[in-house]
Design a protein around this ligand. Structure first.
Ligand code: GAF
Length: 384
């Protein structure tokens, strides 16, 4: 799991000549609970995946940032560190170039660098390949520069690259998971205070398994719906007279929203924030019921994302229904929505039948077969 360093070192050698100064890895993420809560200052509970993005990198003596990627054979980029500004770099290279720009805006001096990139995160699967690309670039560039930056600050810098340079209005969850995740744990992050803690999360130890199902319906956060949801949440908070939807504590408060759509959006955020804390309660309870209860909460969250927040998509609904019918403890779509992946929690002995049922449901509808991926809570970004 995670691309082999030997392959990215070979890519580096063939594109740039010479030997890289090092290889860095940043993982993608799955999210156990708390969707569309991060930009509402609420709670999230993601974990870093074993799959991720690696970068072989070396300093240059000039002020250029030169990038190539195994996944973008025709798309090498060569930009001057001095001319970086939002809008100047487009496509995949906007993410790494945006990190160099955001580091400079934060006052950090960087040397020029060559980066060769490789990934085993399926693109468009909603597993945060863009955040992993930002985080691996941030780590590689800062270590090449001899800088040791606190990871919370690095996550904020990577997010700034995504928001202000690449123009994607995302929250802080994905970069935090990639930079702060820990093997065998989920990351509880309070997106208001940015306090975080590691919550032990080892389903295998309780005879359970996580199944990640890439529905192969590709998602794109730059498309308008994500930004629209964000704007609706901000409008609901304004109408309720709170700084953000995180401040809601009582479902009764929602009745003050006369617009039914805004009321549903706010109800999703309020109930998903609660579900995050409930899942943490079960994970730390040592109760035999923990995994069945977490499964129930996953399915509840899916219904909330489908009906209240309206960000699910047909392949995700079919995957969730088929997984539940085949005995999964629970399942839900993860990430921003409108495409991407589903996370199912299953008893170990039911994993094969759940996989077969989901594959069967897709075949019946003549959809592209789903891809099943391992989802093991893994370590955060690092120098390999
Ligand atoms: C995407 C965003 F990048 C995150 O910040 C988060 O809002 C998520 O969608 C939805 O929970 O992954």
């Amino acid at each position: 799991m995670s691309p082999a360093p030997a392959a990215v070192l070979e890519l580096f050698r063939s594109r740039f000549g010479g030997v890289a100064d090092g290889v860095w890895l940043a993982p993608g993420r799955a999210n156990l609970m708390g969707e569309h809560t991060d930009y509402n200052e609420g709670y999230v509970l993601p974990f870093a995946l074993g799959q991720g993005i690696v970068a072989a990198a070396a300093r240059r003596t000039d002020r250029r940032l030169v990038l190539c990627s195994a996944q973008e054979p025709g798309g090498a980029a060569d930009v001057s560190l001095d001319g970086l500004a939002p809008g100047r770099v487009t496509g995949w290279a906007a993410y790494p170039a945006g990190v160099a720009w955001a580091l400079a805006v934060a006052g950090y001096e960087l040397p020029g660098a060559c980066l060769a990139i490789d990934s085993d995160l399926p693109a468009g699967a909603g597993l945060s390949s863009s955040a992993a690309l930002e985080c691996v670039t941030a780590l590689a560039l800062t270590e090449l520069a001899g800088l040791d930056i606190d990871r919370r600050e690095l996550a904020a810098i990577a997010r700034r690259a995504e928001n202000d340079f690449a123009g994607v209005p995302s929250g802080i969850m994905d970069q935090s998971a990639s930079l702060l995740g820990r093997r065998g744990h989920a990351l509880l992050l309070d997106c208001r205070s940015l306090d975080s803690s590691q919550v032990p999360f080892d389903p295998a130890a309780s005879g359970a398994r996580l199944l990640l199902i890439n529905t192969r319906a590709s998602h794109e956060l730059t498309a308008g719906e994500y930004g629209r949801r964000r704007a609706e949440c901000e409008q609901a908070a304004r109408l309720l007279g709170v700084p953000s939807l995180r401040y809601l504590t009582d479902t009764g408060d929602l009745d003050r929203l006369t617009d039914a759509v805004l009321r549903r959006r706010a109800r999703h955020v309020l109930t998903d924030d609660r579900r995050v804390l409930e899942v943490v309660g079960w994970l730390t309870s040592a109760s035999r019921d923990a995994y069945p209860e977490i499964g129930r909460l996953l399915t509840e969250a899916h219904l909330s994302l489908r009906d209240d927040f309206e960000v699910s998509w047909p392949e995700a609904d079919a995957a969730v229904d088929a997984a539940l019918a085949a005995g999964a403890l629970g399942a839900r779509m993860i990430g921003g929505g409108f495409g991407g992946s589903v996370l199912a929690l299953v008893r170990e002995d039911a994993a094969d039948q759940v996989r077969a049922a989901v594959a069967g449901a897709f075949a019946e509808r003549a959809w592209t077969a789903p891809e099943f991926l391992a989802a093991a809570p893994s370590d955060s970004a690092r120098h390999l």
